[in-house]
Design a binder for this molecule. Structure first.
Ligand SMILES: Cc1ncc(C[n+]2csc(CCOP(=O)(O)OP(=O)(O)O)c2C)c(N)n1
Length: 558
């Protein structure tokens, strides 16, 4: 069948499993617009291109695939730079599709020339993408897309950029597109390396698992649980992988690292561990707090699909290149591992019980605080209890990230989404639209701050237009709290720069067609959350919070 090259690209994306594209329309992508619905793809028009790219990112993370966004060349693409950078830093696959100026117009000072003869989009996005190319001929559009997808879903995942020149968009093309995304799922495991790495575990009790986002992207949650349960191994996670083992499971010690739990810290107290499996997690500041205590006296076995992720920050690791799911499956079934870890199981049970006997949360009294304005810990504790268990929760950037990270209880993979490497404010407000469309059966919640809302709150309007029942809980403290708290310590002269002042977020929500309510007393939290989850449409709960409440620890002290 013959179709236009623009339609051919959309049909190809559809065959890869994509059913939504997030965009702000405009000149260089005009010819795509009428073809979207015809290709079976729903266009979702965002308020701002950054929001569109955040949405595509949220869609990809929630679905375990990749998301697609579209924008005009030039300012549309530059508006997406922060989102591309955040996805690049977090290794989240995301495709940006745009058009580019007709060849005959190049080098003639045409409006929005974003080709090499103007301000080149390809050059601009190159540092934050794994693939950035213009399609060379209409007939090669499908082949170029395949290369972009292979780059996005390779060993190191991340964003890709593809521009289809305007005069090619309407050129008829024919030929069958062969999807590639599903074939990129199969990943090898260096089994001999894993066998060698686990050869000396016999007689050792204090062995634990540190699970990162690689366990989520490899769909390894079940395999992780089976291995942990087989030998009663305690599990800590990175902040991004929070809940990959449900946090109310008896072997979950919660998040280790910034904002982490006291149980996770207690794991590393006292004598060094006898061994540690670090799986799909980078040994960066957020995940390790750069703590020397992180290093066990026995083997630190690091399992990752990417050899480039191994042994950062001078931890002496035994590297095993491989897929997390395959690794856990092998570990759970290996007779040698059974001989080594089976006999020490009972001692590990006593050890884990002892750790869990201590408190899980810092300042546990803050979770029931009756203070007015409210303590954010109380808000998180109540919200975590009120949210449906299968809720997909997206968390923004600010002091609220650490309150949420510490006090929220997450119950499964892809149910807790946030950016940790770049942490751009307002990400969650866009990403939630994509996540809800990717997982239409799961309730969707955003935890955000008033500063984040000031940046990207208009994406609530996008949720209204798509009739998405997203609940937005705003820690409304009238300051940029994470900056304010530091400013108070550094020099009060800086404090006024961190003040936001009062905004009526309920009136804002209503003005864009959503609903909402303000909570000023702790006893009103639970009924407000119940109404928000039952509302069936976008609903903002703005909670008057104390800006001076200290965040759960973000220091490197373990
Ligand atoms: C795009 C962007 N600009 C600036 C920052 C630096 N920053 C991190 S958190 C924060 C304040 C966030 O304020 P708010 O949304 O009100 O959340 P709160 O800290 O009060 O919980 C700022 C300015 C950032 N992370 N991203």
């Amino acid at each position: 069948m013959t179709v236009t090259a623009a339609r051919g690209l959309l049909d190809a994306l559809k065959s890869e499993g994509i059913d939504h594209v997030f965009l702000v329309p405009g000149g260089s992508v005009d010819m795509f617009l009428p073809e979207l619905e015809r290709a079976g793809i729903t266009p979702v028009v965002a308020a701002h291109e950054a929001g569109a790219a955040f949405m595509a990112d949220g869609y990809g993370r929630a679905r375990g695939l990749f998301g697609v966004c579209m924008a005009i060349a030039g300012p549309g693409v530059t508006n997406m730079m922060t989102a591309l950078a955040a996805a690049y830093a977090d290794r989240a696959p995301l495709l940006l599709l745009t058009g580019s100026l007709p060849f005959a117009w190049r080098g003639r000072e045409a409006f929005q020339d974003a080709t090499p003869s103007g301000l080149s989009d390809v050059e601009l996005v190159r540092p934050v993408t794994l693939f950035a190319e213009e399609v060379p001929t209409a007939a090669m559009a499908g082949a170029t897309l395949r290369r972009a997808i292979r780059a996005m879903l390779g060993v190191r995942r991340g964003p890709a950029f593809l521009a289809l020149p305007e005069e090619m968009q309407t050129v008829p093309v024919s030929g069958q597109y062969r999807p590639v995304a599903s074939s990129m799922r199969s990943r090898p495991l260096d089994r001999p390396a894993l066998e060698a790495a686990t050869a000396n575990l016999g007689g050792k009790t204090r062995i634990a698992i540190h699970a990162g986002n690689g366990c989520v992207s490899s769909d390894a949650a079940l395999a992780l649980r089976r291995f942990a349960e087989a030998y009663h191994l305690p599990v800590v996670t990175t902040l991004r992988a929070k809940g990959v083992l449900a946090e109310d499971h008896p072997l979950s010690l919660g998040v280790f690292g910034v904002g982490g739990s006291l149980h996770a810290r207690a794991l590393f107290h006292g004598e060094p561990l006898d061994g540690l499996f670090v799986v799909g997690a980078r040994l960066n500041e957020y995940n390790t707090m750069w703590s020397p205590r992180f290093e066990p006296r026995g083997p630190l076995v690091q399992i990752d699909t990417d050899p480039g992720a191994m042994g950062h920050n001078d931890y002496a690791v035994i590297p095993v290149v491989g897929d997390a799911r395959a690794a856990f499956a092998w570990l759970a079934e290996s007779p040698d591992v059974a001989r080594a870890l089976g006999p020490t199981r009972a001692r590990r049970e006593a050890w884990v019980t002892e750790i869990r006997r201590g408190p899980r949360h810092e300042s546990p009294e803050s979770r029931t605080s009756a203070a007015v304005p409210l303590h954010p810990a109380r808000v998180m504790a109540e919200l975590s209890a009120a949210a449906p268990r299968e809720c997909v929760t997206l968390v923004d950037s600010g002091a609220h990230t650490f309150f949420a990270g510490h006090h929220w209880e997450s119950h499964g993979p892809r149910q807790w989404l946030l950016t940790t490497t770049m942490g751009p404010m307002g990400w969650a407000l866009g990403a939630a639209v994509g996540a809800r469309l990717a997982r239409p059966d799961a309730p969707c919640l955003v935890i955000t701050g008033d500063g984040c809302l000031l940046m990207h709150g208009f994406e609530i309007r996008t949720a209204v237009r798509r009739e998405l029942p997203i609940v937005y809980v705003v820690i409304d403290n009238e300051v940029l709290a994470s900056v304010y708290l530091r400013a108070m310590k550094i020099d009060p002269a800086g404090v006024p720069t961190t003040m936001l002042g009062r905004v009526d977020w309920v009136a804002f929500a209503r003005s864009v067609g959503a609903d909402g309510e303000r909570v000023e007393r702790p006893e009103d939290l639970a009924p407000a959350f119940a109404r928000a989850f039952a509302a069936g449409r976008p609903f903002v709960v703005s909670v008057a919070c104390d800006p001076d409440a200290p965040t759960p620890s973000t220091s490197s002290e373990v």
